[in-house]
Design a protein around this ligand. Structure first.
Ligand SMILES: *Cc1c(COP(=O)(O)O)cnc(C)c1O
Length: 337
């Protein structure tokens, strides 16, 4: 069953992504479970990835508010910053990126692409996992641009606002339609989570479909950051606010549906793990899938680990949402060992 036409029509949107992304059958994992990969690395925008879906709604909101510039924040190798730069280029809006660390001599990976897309880069000298320092630098820059009369639209880390999360509510509806077409009922939808917006959106989409009596798989987040939004109340609130924006404020996320597996993060955000590196090499060898050391390598290592532990049976299907990240492979320390 599909939901009524246009459950997200009330929310301002600009088209930036190539949708729907493919749902691709992969090899067996664990005890013989069938792996499917939702190719959100192929959303197109500036090299693709999950942020393209959030940016369709964030930029729709920015445009509706008459924004004169976009401001956002992230690690120097932020995929979100890279795709925001591409969105600004597409829409003809100036983009300011607040980034961790100092300006490197040799610009690589996502940073190289952000610069190529024409964004102004503001280095803060802060550590890449110090999200509080990055967020306060974003607020200062936003205030400066505001004072200069530029009417900036300022986007928090990862684009994880209620508006951004709507993109992943829509993505889950798209995915469930594809599962129906492939005649599979997945035992779980697994993905890589850091700032929580993707998770919040997926849970919002799940609640929306469950409210129509559609049987829904659990949503399993593999956590790769100890960030401010990783906690349970944040994700539920964010998702419920997203539901409110879509006009479905009568639907609510059950807090018991929040599942975040923190075991695959290793020492910290963006610090590689052996299991993550193995997963990158495995994914490349199986289907030429490109994963990265900060996000999808660790996320897939979590899914493979759950399969090894026996969470899924031989007749089960599981979906991994590939959220992107390949440009970081071409950055310093981006190559798996
Ligand atoms: C941002 C990102 C994620 C996590 O998404 P959140 O909504 O921030 O939790 C996962 N994978 C990749 C490649 C990303 O860039």
């Amino acid at each position: 069953m599909t939901p009524p036409a246009g459950p997200f029509d009330r929310v301002n949107r600009v088209r930036l992504a190539t949708l729907p992304t493919p749902l691709e059958a992969g090899p067996a994992i664990g005890r013989g479970t069938s792996l499917w990969v939702k190719r959100d690395d192929l959303t197109g925008l500036g090299g693709g990835g999950n942020k393209a879906r959030k940016l369709e709604f964030l930029c729709g909101d920015a445009r509706a508010r008459g924004a004169g510039a976009l401001v956002t924040v992230g690690a120097a190798q932020s995929n979100h910053c890279r795709m925001t730069a591409a969105a600004g280029a597409t829409l003809g809006i100036d983009v300011h990126l607040v980034l961790s660390g100092d300006e490197p001599n040799d610009v690589q990976g996502n940073l190289l692409l952000s610069r190529l897309f024409g964004a102004s880069l503001h280095f803060t000298g802060t550590h890449e996992s110090d999200w509080h320092a990055l967020e306060s630098a974003r607020r200062s820059l936003t205030d400066e641009l505001e004072a200069a009369g530029l009417a900036p639209y300022s986007i928090p880390i990862g684009g994880s606002t209620p508006v951004g999360a709507v993109g992943y509510a829509a993505a889950l509806v798209e995915l469930m339609d594809q599962c129906d077409a492939a005649r599979i009922a997945p035992a779980a939808v697994v993905f890589t989570s850091s700032s929580g917006g993707t998770h919040a959106g997926l849970l919002a989409g799940r609640a929306l479909l469950a409210a129509q009596d559609i049987a829904m798989p659990p949503i399993v987040a593999i956590g790769v950051a100890k960030g401010v939004n990783l906690g349970r109340p944040d994700v539920v609130d964010l998702g419920n606010e997203a539901l409110g924006l879509t006009g479905h404020g009568d639907v609510a996320i059950d807090p018991d549906d929040v599942e975040i597996d923190p075991r695959w993060i290793g020492d910290d955000y963006a610090v590689p793990t052996a299991a993550g590196d193995d997963a990158i090499i495995w994914a490349a060898s199986q289907r030429g899938w490109l994963m990265d050391r900060t996000y999808t390598g660790k996320g897939l290592s979590g899914l493979l680990g759950l399969a090894e532990e026996g969470r899924f049976g031989p007749s089960d299907h599981v979906v991994f949402i590939h959220t992107g990240g390949w440009p970081a492979l071409f950055a310093e320390q981006g190559r798996p060992d």
